[in-house]
Design a protein around this ligand. Structure first.
Ligand SMILES: Cc1cc2nc3c(=O)[nH]c(=O)nc-3n(C[C@H](O)[C@H](O)[C@H](O)COP(=O)(O)OP(=O)(O)OC[C@H]3O[C@@H](n4cnc5c(N)ncnc54)[C@H](O)[C@@H]3O)c2cc1C
Length: 466
C-alpha cells in the first residue's frame, strides 16, 4: 500500500474482457465496524468525518466496473496509470480479449456503448427513483438495456462478437432470453472497453487493507470474527448500516422491522450459485488462441447459443454439461502474485442454486477445451462449492455470489419496491449490500448510495437508533 493509508496501488491494466476479479473487494472476515457513531455490520466499510460510506467506496476507486469511478476518481486512476512501471505499461492495454471473440469483432459495440458508460455513472448505479442527470442519453440507453441479451446479440455481425457479448451478459446470472439482461452485458462491455480493468497489486486483499487503513487512520475501530445475529449485539449508534443479505437483516432486526419490509425481505429471491476452483499452474495456461494469454479475465462458454443454453439450465436448477466458466489470470498484470513460473489462477462456473455436486471436473474440462494441455500444468487445486462459499460469507446464500437474482423486478428494484431501497423502515438503519441497487460488483455503489441515505437522515437531525 505504499505506506500511505488508504492508498492501494493499481497495477497495470490487464484487458479483462468483461470482469474485474483483480479489483474485487474480497469478502473479508465477518465483523462489526464501529467508528464515530456509525455501526456497520460487514466488511468493506469506510467512516470518515462528515462522510459515511460503506460497501467499499475506496475499493470502488480501483474498480472500473462502472464509469462512476472514473467520474468520482478519475484523477486517482490517472495517477495510478502514471505510476505504472515501464514493464507494466508494456503489458496489454485496455482492449478486450475472449476465448471466442477477437477485439475487432466488438468494435461495433464500442460506438453505442461508450456513451452508456457515463449514463451508468450518473444514473444507472443509483436507485431508479432519482431524476436522471442525462435524460436524453438515458432515454436512448434504457430501451436497449431492457432488451433480452438474446435480442441484442443479433446486432453484432460475427459469431465471435455475439459470444463475447453473451459472456458479458451472463454476468446477470439469469436466462439471456429474459428482459433487461442486455443492461448488464452493455455496461460490462462498455466499461471494460472504455477503461479496462485495474488490478490491485498483491491481490484483492490489498483493497481490503486500504479500506481498513483509511478507517483506522480516521479513528474508526474494526472488530472481526463476530457473526452478528441479533440487534442487541450492536452498540448504540446514530446510524446502522447492514452489509448483509435481506434474510440476515430479517434475523438481526427481527420484530423491529415493519411488516411490509419483513414480507419483502422474505420474498427476496436468490440467484444461481458459483462453484469456484483455485488453481496453481506451472507455466501459465497454454491457450490455443494466444490472445487469451493477454487477458486478465477470460470467459469460457463457446458460442452465444451455448452460453445461453447453459444459463437456461442453471436457472432451471439443472447442472449443464458445459457450464459457463469465468477464469481470472490477474498475475499477468501483477507478477508479485506468482512464485517464479508457478501462477495463481481462479475459475468459477455458474451452477444451480445450492448445487451439492462437484463441478471441478466440468470447469477443468472447459479450460482444457480452449487450452489443450492445461491439465498437465495443474500443480494444485482448491474447490469451493456453494456450501463452502456460503460458509465463508453468510451473504452467499446457497452459493449466490451476486446478492440476489437479477429477475426482471429485482434487477432494478432490490431488495424491495421503495423510494429509498436502502432503508429498512427503521429510522437510521440501512441495508448496503449487493442486495440493494445497483446490485453485485466491486463498484461500491450500494454502500455509497446507502451512505447518502444515512447522511440525509443525519442532516435531518437523526437520533439514536437504539
Ligand atoms: C469468486 C467471486 C468472483 C467475483 N468476481 C467479481 C468481479 O470480477 N467483478 C465484480 O465487480 N464483482 C465480482 N464479484 C462480486 C463482488 O465480490 C460482490 O458483488 C461484492 O463483494 C458484494 O459486496 P457486498 O458489500 O454486498 O458484500 P461482501 O463483499 O460479501 O461483504 C459483506 C461482508 O459482511 C460479512 N458479513 C455478512 N453477514 C454478516 C453478519 N451477520 N455479521 C458480520 N459480518 C457479516 C461477510 O462475511 C463479508 O465480509 C465476485 C464475487 C466472488 C465470490
Amino acid at each position: 500500500m505504499g505506506g500511505s493509508p488508504g492508498i492501494c496501488r493499481s497495477v497495470g491494466r490487464v484487458p479483462g474482457n468483461c470482469s474485474t476479479p483483480g479489483a474485487v473487494v474480497e469478502p473479508g472476515v465477518p465483523g462489526t465496524v464501529a467508528g464515530n457513531s456509525v455501526v456497520c455490520v460487514g466488511a468493506s466499510v469506510v467512516v470518515v468525518p462528515g462522510v459515511v460510506a460503506a460497501g467499499g467506496v475506496v475499493g470502488a476507486i480501483f474498480s472500473t466496473s462502472a464509469a462512476s469511478f472514473a467520474r468520482h476518481t478519475s484523477s486517482s486512476l490517472r495517477r495510478s496509470a502514471s505510476r505504472t512501471p515501464p514493464e507494466r505499461s508494456a503489458a496489454p492495454s485496455s482492449r478486450f480479449f475472449a476465448a471466442s471473440a477477437s477485439p475487432a469483432a466488438i468494435s461495433r459495440s464500442a460506438s453505442c456503448s461508450c456513451d452508456v458508460v457515463s449514463i451508468c455513472a450518473t444514473v444507472e448505479l443509483r436507485p431508479i427513483a432519482n431524476v436522471p442527470r442525462h435524460p436524453l442519453r438515458l432515454a436512448s440507453f434504457g430501451p436497449r438495456a431492457l432488451l433480452p441479451a438474446a435480442v441484442t446479440a443479433r446486432w453484432w455481425r460475427t459469431d465471435k462478437a455475439r459470444a463475447l457479448f453473451g459472456g458479458a451478459a451472463a454476468h446477470a446470472y439469469y436466462r439471456l432470453d429474459r428482459p433487461a439482461t442486455s443492461a448488464v452485458g452493455m455496461m460490462i462491455v462498455a466499461a471494460g472497453h472504455r477503461y479496462g480493468w485495474p488490478v490491485a497489486e498483491g491481490g484483492s486483499q490489498s483493497i481490503t487493507g486500504a479500506l481498513a487503513a483509511l478507517l483506522t487512520d480516521r479513528g474508526g475501530k474494526i472488530t472481526t470474527g463476530v457473526h452478528v445475529r441479533d440487534w442487541n449485539e450492536l452498540p448504540p449508534a446514530d446510524v446502522v448500516l447492514l452489509d448483509v443479505a435481506p434474510s440476515a437483516a430479517l434475523g438481526i432486526l427481527g420484530a423491529r422491522l415493519p411488516d411490509r419490509v419483513a414480507r419483502a425481505y422474505r420474498r427476496f429471491k436468490h440467484a444461481p450459485a458459483a462453484f469456484k476452483v483455485d488453481f496453481a499452474i506451472q507455466g501459465g495456461v497454454p491457450w490455443a488462441d494466444p490472445e487469451c494469454g493477454r487477458a486478465g479475465t477470460v470467459h469460457l462458454g463457446g458460442s452465444f447459443a451455448e452460453i445461453a443454453a447453459a444459463e437456461r439450465d442453471v436457472a432451471a436448477g439443472r447442472m449443464p454439461g458445459r457450464p459457463f466458466v469465468l477464469l481470472g489470470q490477474q498475475y499477468l498484470a501483477d507478477r508479485s502474485r506468482s512464485n517464479g513460473d508457478l501462477h495463481p489462477l481462479y475459475a468459477y462456473a455458474h451452477v444451480p442454486h445450492g448445487y451439492t455436486g462437484d463441478a471441478t471436473e466440468a470447469i477443468t474440462a472447459q479450460i482444457e477445451r480452449f487450452a489443450p494441455g492445461f491439465r498437465d500444468r495443474i500443480v494444485a487445486t482448491v474447490s469451493s462449492g456453494p456450501a463452502r462459499l456460503a460458509a465463508s460469507n453468510p451473504n452467499y446464500v446457497g452459493g449466490d455470489i451476486i446478492g440476489g437474482a437479477n429477475t426482471e423486478t429485482q434487477v432494478v428494484l432490490r431488495p424491495r419496491i421503495a423510494l429509498d431501497p436502502y432503508s429498512t423502515g427503521i429510522p437510521g438503519t440501512y441495508l448496503c449490500s449487493a442486495s440493494t441497487p445497483p446490485g453485485a460488483g466491486a463498484h461500491g455503489m450500494c454502500g455509497y448510495n446507502a451512505a447518502q441515505s444515512a447522511l440525509r437522515y443525519l442532516r435531518k437531525g437523526g437520533g439514536d437508533v437504539q
